[in-house]
Design a protein around this ligand. Structure first.
Ligand code: FAD
Ligand code: SIN
Length: 529
C-alpha cells in the first residue's frame, strides 16, 4: 500500500548522515560538527541514547602510552600475531601509531580513565606483550559513551534521531558509477518510511552478535549496516571470522550473556575445570593470556567433558573488588561471589572481524558511502582481533573518515526522491521472532567455534528456507521494524555461512574440522580438536 503527498515534506536532508551512535558514530559527529558549524549533521540510532556495543565495553582501549616498558613495534607485532597472518600491515601500523593522538582527543572531550602514580593505569589482556589497556574500572565503554553524549549535545548543527531504524541506503545510479545519497528510515512512533538525503553517508552500526543465541552483544547488534551495504552492492569481506569471547557467564538468565572481562585474567584470574585444574598451559605456553581464539577453542574442548570456571579466589579481595566492581556486583546479583567461589564461564559470540570492506580513508566500494567501527572490515584484525583493539580502530578510522569528508565537503545538492512513501503494516511479530530463534540456534550449532563442511551447508540450507519464509511474510504484511531486523540477521548469517564455506585454511577465529590446512604464522599455537 502506498500513500501520496502529505508526508512528502517530512523527507529530510543533511550534509553528513551518520547511522549509529556508538563510539564511531558519536566521535565522527563531534568532529564534523566542530569543523563545519554551518553544515547539518544527522545521526540515526535505533535505540535509546547510549545503547550500543560501546556502552558495554569493559576492558578498555589498547594504546601505547608507556614508552619505557612498551613500544609501537610490540603492539604492532601483537596485533599481527593475533590476526594470524591476515592483517593488513599498513593498516596495523597506522592504527597503532595514531592511537595516542586519538586518545588525547577522547580525553579532551571529557572521558576519564583510571590513573596510577606513573600516569594512566595500564591493564593487561590476552595476546598483549605489555600492560597497555587504558580503562575506567571495568566500565570503560559506559564512561566513553557518557562523555561523548555530553560533548555532542553542545553542537546545534547535530540532530540525533533516537529510536529510529535505518532501513535501506538510497543509491543513485549514473553512467559511470553508483553513489550513496542517504537512507530510508522508520521511527518507533511512526508507520511511515521516510528518507533522509545526504552528501555523505556513514555506516557506524556496530556488530552482529545477535545472529547467535549466546552472545555478549546487546539487541542492537543485528548487523543492519552490513546487510544494508550488501543490498546496495558494497563489498563485504571476512565474515567467516567471528570472534568468540572465551569468558561470558554461563548462566541461563536473560538473552544477553554477561561478559567477564579478559582484564580479569590479565589481573591474575585462572581458568579451571570442575575438578579444580588449570588447563590452559596444555594448549598454549601463554596460558590464560593466549589470544582469545585459542582460549575459546580450549574452553570449548574442555567443556565437552566438564564445566569451565574463572577462578579469582587467590586474588587479593579488596583490590579485586576495587578493579572490577561491575563484574563483582553482576555476579553477586546472580548469587555468585567471585572473591570466594569460581564462576562458570562459556565462550560467546562477541565481535565480527570482517564486515564492509573499506580502505584507509574508511571509504567503501560505493561512492560517498563510508563505514567505521565494528561494521567495517578495515584489515586491522585479520583472522582474529587482538583484545581492546576495536575501540582504538574506531577512533583512528573515524579520524581518517573525517579527513576524507573534509577534503570532499561541498554544498548539498538534493536529488528528487520517489514522491510516495510506503506505509508499514502490522507485522506478525511472533512468526518473525520464531524465524530469529531458529536462525540463532542454527548459527550457534553450525557456525560457531568449531565448524564442519556438512554443518555449514545445513546451516545455509536452513537460512535460505527461512529467507523464503520471510519473503512471504513481507509480501503479505509489508515492511516493519522487526521484519527489517530479521531480514538483516538472515543476510548476515548467509554471508557468514557462504564465506565460511569459501575459507580454505584454519586461521585465527575460523576453525573447520574438515580442513587440514592451518594458517602459516602461528601454527604452533593452534589447538587441535
Ligand atoms: P556500537 O557501539 O555497537 O554502536 C552501534 C550503533 O548503531 C548503535 O547506536 C545502534 O543503535 C546503531 N544502529 C545499528 N543498526 C542501526 C540501524 N539500522 N539504524 C539506526 N541505528 C542503528 N572493544 C574494545 O576495544 N575494548 C573492550 O574493552 C571491549 N569490550 C567489549 C565488551 C562487550 C560486552 C562488547 C559487546 C564489546 C566489547 N568490545 C570491546 C567491542 C567494542 O565495544 C565494539 O566493537 C565497539 O564499541 C563498536 O563500536 P561501534 O560504534 O562500531 O558500534
Ligand atoms: C574484555 O574486556 O574482555 C573485552 C575486550 C575486548 O573485547 O576487546
Amino acid at each position: 500500500m502506498t500513500k501520496p503527498g502529505k508526508e512528502r515534506n517530512e523527507n529530510r536532508h543533511s550534509d553528513v548522515l551518520i547511522i549509529g551512535a556508538g563510539i564511531a558514530g558519536l566521535c565522527l559527529g563531534i568532529k564534523t560538527a566542530q569543523r563545519f558549524p554551518d553544515k547539518k549533521i544527522a545521526i540515526l540510532s535505533k535505540d535509546r541514547p547510549g545503547e550500543s556495543n560501546t556502552q558495554y565495553a569493559q576492558g578498555g582501549i589498547a594504546v601505547v602510552t608507556d614508552l619505557k616498558n612498551d613500544s609501537f613495534q610490540q603492539h604492532i607485532s601483537d596485533t599481527l600475531l593475533a590476526g594470524d597472518g591476515l592483517c593488513n600491515e599498513e593498516v596495523v601500523r597506522s592504527v597503532v601509531k595514531e592511537g595516542p593522538e586519538r586518545l588525547k582527543e577522547l580525553i579532551a572531550w571529557g572521558t576519564l580513565f583510571d590513573k596510577s602514580s606513573n600516569g594512566l593505569d595500564l591493564g593487561l589482556e590476552g595476546g598483549h606483550s605489555a600492560h597497555r589497556i587504558i580503562h575506567k574500572k571495568d566500565k570503560t565503554g559506559f564512561h566513553i559513551i557518557d562523555s561523548l553524549l555530553r560533548m555532542i549535545a553542545k553542537f546545534p548543527n547535530v540532530e540525533i534521531l533516537w529510536n529510529t531504524l535505518a532501513v535501506d541506503l538510497l543509491i543513485a545510479e549514473d553512467k559511470e558509477n553508483s553513489r550513496c545519497i542517504g537512507s530510508t528510515f522508520i521511527s518507533h512512533d511512526s508507520r511511515i518510511i521516510r528518507s533522509i538525503q545526504a552528501s555523505f553517508t556513514v555506516l557506524a552500526t556496530g556488530g552482529i552478535g545477535q545472529v547467535y543465541s549466546v552472545t555478549t552483544n546487546p539487541k542492537i547488534a543485528s548487523g543492519d549496516g552490513i546487510a544494508m551495504a550488501y543490498r546496495a552492492g558494497a563489498k563485504i569481506r571476512d565474515m567467516q571470522f567471528v570472534q568468540f569471547h572465551p569468558t561470558a557467564i554461563n548462566s541461563s538468565q536473560g538473552d544477553i550473556t554477561f561478559l567477564i572481562s579478559e582484564a580479569l585474567r590479565g589481573f591474575g584470574a585462572y581458568l579451571i575445570t570442575s575438578d579444580g585444574n588449570r588447563f590452559m598451559f596444555k594448549y598454549d605456553k601463554r596460558g590464560e593470556m593466549a589470544p582469545r581464539d585459542i582460549v575459546s577453542r580450549a574452553i570449548y574442548k574442555e567443556s565437552l567433558h566438564q564445566l569451565v570456571y574463572i577462578d579469582c579466589r587467590h586474588l587479593e579481595k579488596a583490590e579485586l573488588i576495587d578493579h572490577f566492581p561491575t563484574i563483582y556486583q553482576k555476579c553477586l546479583s546472580l548469587g555468585l561471589d567471585i572473591t570466594c567461589e569460581p564462576v562458570p564461564v562459556l565462550p560467546a559470540a562477541h565481535y565480527l572481524c570482517g564486515g564492509i570492506d573499506t580502505n584507509l580513508c574508511a571509504q567503501t566500494s560505493i561512492n560517498r558511502l563510508y563505514a567505521i567501527g565494528e561494521c567495517a572490515r578495515t584489515g586491522l584484525h585479520g583472522a582474529n582481533r587482538l583484545a581492546s583493539n576495536s575501540l582504538l580502530e574506531a577512533l583512528v578510522f573515524v579520524h581518517h573518515c573525517f579527513q576524507d569528508i573534509e577534503t570532499r565537503m561541498y554544498h548539498f545538492v538534493g536529488t528528487v526522491l520517489p514522491s510516495e512513501m510506503l506505509i508499514t503494516h502490522k507485522s506478525p511479530s511472533e512468526k518473525l521472532f520464531t524465524i530469529q530463534s531458529k536462525l540463532k540456534l542454527v548459527m550457534s550449532q553450525k557456525a560457531g567455534i568449531i565448524r564442519t563442511n556438512h554443518g555449514l551447508k545445513m546451516g545455509l540450507d536452513l537460512v535460505r528456507r527461512l529467507s523464503v519464509e520471510l519473503e512471504l511474510i513481507f509480501l503479505e504484511f509489508g515492511i516493519s521494524w522487526i521484519l527489517c531486523e530479521t531480514r538483516n540477521l538472515l543476510i548476515v548469517a548467509n554471508l557468514i555461512l557462504e564465506q565460511s564455506l569459501d575459507q580454505k585454511e584454519n586461521r585465527g577465529t575460523f576453525y573447520n574440522q574438515d580442513i587440514q590446512k592451518v594458517g602459516n604464522s602461528i601454527l604452533k599455537h593452534h589447538v587441535k580438536i
